[in-house]
Design a binder for this molecule. Structure first.
Ligand SMILES: Cc1cc2nc3c(=O)[nH]c(=O)nc-3n(C[C@H](O)[C@H](O)[C@H](O)COP(=O)(O)OP(=O)(O)OC[C@H]3O[C@@H](n4cnc5c(N)ncnc54)[C@H](O)[C@@H]3O)c2cc1C
Length: 512
């Protein structure tokens, strides 16, 4: 028998992983009531610690965390810098700026002048462990007043015109909306009957920590062999890719004997493993939800898309979903926007997810143990030594090349707003910490000030010149930091009102 829960929340979230936690913070920041239902009693698992819990943060994630004052807390807490052995690339004296299927590129090959206002420091230096990321997000969620119920996994749901009922741990919970942030095997996605389509795996990937009897038989770094690929970070962190069609993943226990056999096959050595300390498997299965919104159910993070961790992009993609969705869902709930605003969530984030899935598929094509893939690898390796090619790959891997299609009226539309150094002593990212939109008026024109008054605090008016204004006069920036409108000419406010109505709802009738 299900016991009804007395509270009715604006939003129920399934899953207190990084995406669920960050989304909850966004919704609370905008004044919505949020309950997270988390299946696991204890969020801690050894796989969230180093070495396997290491996550590289992309530029959009760094910007997102900075815009909500989370970045410095994560950097303070992250133990990544104390663990140089966390990954084989961290042991290199020349730290790579990124990689494609393991082929590395370096900062001195990249022309980052086109993103100079976005890339403030070497991107490869911003990596953090999952324990720290989740702890900082959980602390912020608690401060903001998010309720988290652990040990309460979502089992089923029913939705109507007015809300959603969730069945979890023999209890019932009601909310206006439900967001599934419950990972790749999402129950919410299945129960809402949302399609999940894509390509099946070609390999089983292994991340293992071992004690090796003869470590000198293995070559440190990433190694392609005629039977697969392995990475080795001494003394005992190994990654392997075995092209078995994904057959071993979650089908059999991962034993020392099995890992040793796979490692011998791939490395072509007689290496012996004395002990298997920690092991997990994964695949290159690349699937995506056909709808990110169905009725009153939405999906974000791995619940909406899964792909191989090779490109290190899943967390970044999921946090991007949450940043895009949070303010839109809050505006809908608070009656500031028509429900159609939420349709732009799928419209903007689904293509972004599809691009990342294709990026991971392209890497698999290059990793296959076949002569044609080795030939392709050799060409890409040469190309990545050229500045043009390294710059293109950095744009994709760092996430700086991405842009939502918000029209062509200005080159900045749909892009992340530059973090202007304002002459009033603040940075633009700091002005976004309240989670509201910003009208940045670099010319301090009174007409634009009057315009923002019509949106009753939904848009924050900031009048300040910048140390480098990049030729701009004014910008309207959404709460997720995306430029919705921009003007190069002083006093030109044409289009600003229409754009503000589109993203922030109708202006208040009490204002002119
Ligand atoms: C080895 C490896 C390396 C990776 N490296 C990187 C990297 O460098 N960069 C990067 O961006 N990404 C990386 N990723 C991917 C990244 O970890 C994931 O994309 C990210 O954790 C997804 O976050 P999430 O919150 O969507 O899902 P999860 O982290 O999977 O969280 C889902 C949560 O939902 C809970 N849950 C599940 N079912 C239910 C239910 N029925 N009801 C309630 N709660 C439920 C789970 O317990 C969990 O807490 C890597 C992944 C792996 C495996």
């Amino acid at each position: 028998m299900h016991i009804p829960h007395t509270n009715f929340h604006d939003v129920l979230i399934a899953g207190a992983g990084p995406v669920g936690l960050f989304l909850a913070c966004e919704l609370r920041l905008a004044g919505c009531s949020v309950l997270i239902l988390e299946q696991a009693l204890d969020p801690h698992t050894p796989l969230k610690e180093l070495p396997f819990g290491l996550r590289g943060l992309s530029v959009p994630t760094i910007e997102t965390f900075d815009r909500r004052d989370l970045l410095r807390h994560i950097e303070e807490r992250a133990v990544a810098h104390n663990a140089p052995a966390a990954a084989h690339w961290m042991q290199q004296t020349r730290r790579p700026a990124g990689h494609f299927a393991g082929i590395q590129f370096f900062n001195d090959q990249i022309d980052s002048t086109q993103w100079s206002h976005r890339v403030q420091r070497p991107v490869s230096s911003v990596a953090a462990d999952m324990v720290s990321i989740e702890a900082v997000l959980a602390e912020r969620a608690e401060v903001l007043g998010v309720e988290i119920l652990r040990g309460c996994g979502v089992e089923d749901l029913e939705q109507s015109e007015s809300g959603v009922t969730v069945f979890a741990g023999r209890r019932e919970f009601r909310g206006q909306w439900l967001v599934g942030c419950d990972g790749g095997r999402s129950t919410v996605r299945k129960m809402a009957r949302i399609g999940f389509t894509g390509t099946d795996p070609e390999f089983t990937g292994y991340s293992v920590q071992v004690k090796i009897a003869e470590a000198d038989l293995l070559r440190p770094g990433r190694n392609y062999t005629p039977t697969g690929m392995y990475t080795f970070a001494p003394p005992g962190t190994i990654g392997m890719v075995d092209f078995d069609g994904g057959a071993y993943h979650r089908t059999n226990p991962i034993t020392r004997e099995h890992v040793e056999a796979v490692l011998r096959k791939i490395s072509g050595t007689e290496v012996r493993l004395a002990e298997l300390e920690l092991a997990t498997t994964w695949t290159d299965r690349a699937y995506q939800a056909t709808q990110y919104k169905k009725g009153r159910v939405l999906l974000a993070g791995d619940a909406a898309h899964v792909h191989s961790p090779l490109g290190g992009q899943g967390l970044n993609l999921g946090l991007g979903d949450a940043m895009n969705l949070g303010w839109k869902l809050a505006a809908t709930i608070r009656g500031h926007a028509a429900v159609e605003l939420l349709d732009s969530y799928h419209r903007e984030r689904h293509p972004e997810g599809a691009r990342i899935l294709d990026w991971s598929r392209a890497q698999v094509a290059l990793m296959r143990p076949s002569p044609s893939s080795r030939a392709l690898e050799s060409i890409i390796r040469d190309l990545l030594k050229t500045p043009d090619c390294a710059t293109y790959f950095a744009g994709r891997v760092w996430g700086v090349a991405s842009r939502y299609d918000l029209g062509d009226a200005h080159p900045l539309l749909g892009r992340s707003a530059p973090d202007f150094d304002l002459i009033d002593g603040t940075r633009l990212h700091q002005r976004l910490r309240t989670g509201r939109g910003v009208l940045l008026d670099l010319d301090a024109s009174e007409s634009l000030k009057a315009l923002t008054a019509c949106w009753d605090g939904r848009i924050q008016y900031v009048a300040s010149d910048a140390k480098d204004r990049l030729g701009l006069s004014a910008l309207l920036i959404r709460p997720d930091g995306i430029v919705a409108w921009a003007s190069d000419a002083a006093g030109n406010k044409s289009g600003a009102t229409v754009t503000a109505s589109k993203w922030f709802g109708d202006p208040s009738p009490t204002h002119p």
